[in-house]
Ligand binder design. Structure first.
Ligand code: SAM
Length: 204
């Protein structure tokens, strides 16, 4: 990241949080409990922006680092995940950083009917495309969340399933650009380069 230095708490072991009932229900695993390299890259990209007054939604926020940085850059932030415990950590981390954000449970496959639609200026997410089912679910959700001409920033560690998100949106008239960002955060099997996907909704 740039000048900001944040300490982010997370559970000691993600593996200890695996719940067989969750997995049986919808193959849900507690990936939220790690802080992934993509979150560092997305946070750094947000730190470089002035987000004053922007309505920002983070999807799959985990412990909340990008949402917190967006809030510190003066955005109005809603941080979401499908694990209540992730939202608890995101709130505690935001409090510790002196950042204000709102949290909400949100399953990409079943967005709540009262979710304020077509209102976000910017939707952000880090490492969301790790399963084949995730791209199509997000491609259905993003048009509901964003205002016309709104922006999506997704940091992705070069997962093979990214096209499941990008292909349907570009076919529907969204523009797409990709930057390749070399990071110095914890290295995992995905290597040192993160793709930062920027998508713009039609109609702005
Ligand atoms: C690999 S983790 C990334 C967490 C965090 N963004 C980071 O980069 O540190 C993927 C995140 O997406 C969330 N997620 C996965 N599928 C989801 C779904 N259908 N609805 C909502 N959140 C989901 C997980 O709970 C988890 O927090």
């Amino acid at each position: 990241m740039g000048a900001l230095s944040l300490t982010v708490a997370r559970p000691r072991s993600a593996e200890d949080l695996i719940d067989e009932d969750d997995y049986a229900r919808d193959e849900r695993l507690p990936y939220w409990a790690e802080l992934w390299p993509s979150a560092h890259v997305l946070a750094a990209a947000l730190e470089a922006r002035d987000l004053t007054g922007a309505r920002v939604v983070e999807l799959g926020c985990g412990v909340g680092l990008p949402a917190i940085v967006a809030a510190l850059r003066a955005a109005d932030v809603l941080a979401t995940d499908w694990y209540e415990d992730a939202l608890g950590f995101a709130r505690a981390n935001a409090d510790a950083a002196g950042a204000r954000l709102t949290t909400r449970l949100l399953d990409w496959n079943a967005p709540p009917a009262d979710l304020s639609t077509a209102a976000a200026d910017l939707v952000i997410g880090a490492d969301l495309l790790y399963e084949e089912r995730n791209g199509p679910a997000l491609a259905r959700l993003l048009p509901l969340l964003l205002r016309p001409g709104g922006e999506v920033l997704i940091a992705d560690p070069r997962r093979p399933h990214a096209d499941g998100l990008i292909a349907p949106l570009t076919a529907a008239g969204w523009s797409h650009a990709r930057s390749d960002v070399r990071h110095t955060a914890r290295q995992d099997e995905s290597g040192p380069v993160i793709h930062l996907h920027r998508l713009i909704a039609p109609g702005g």
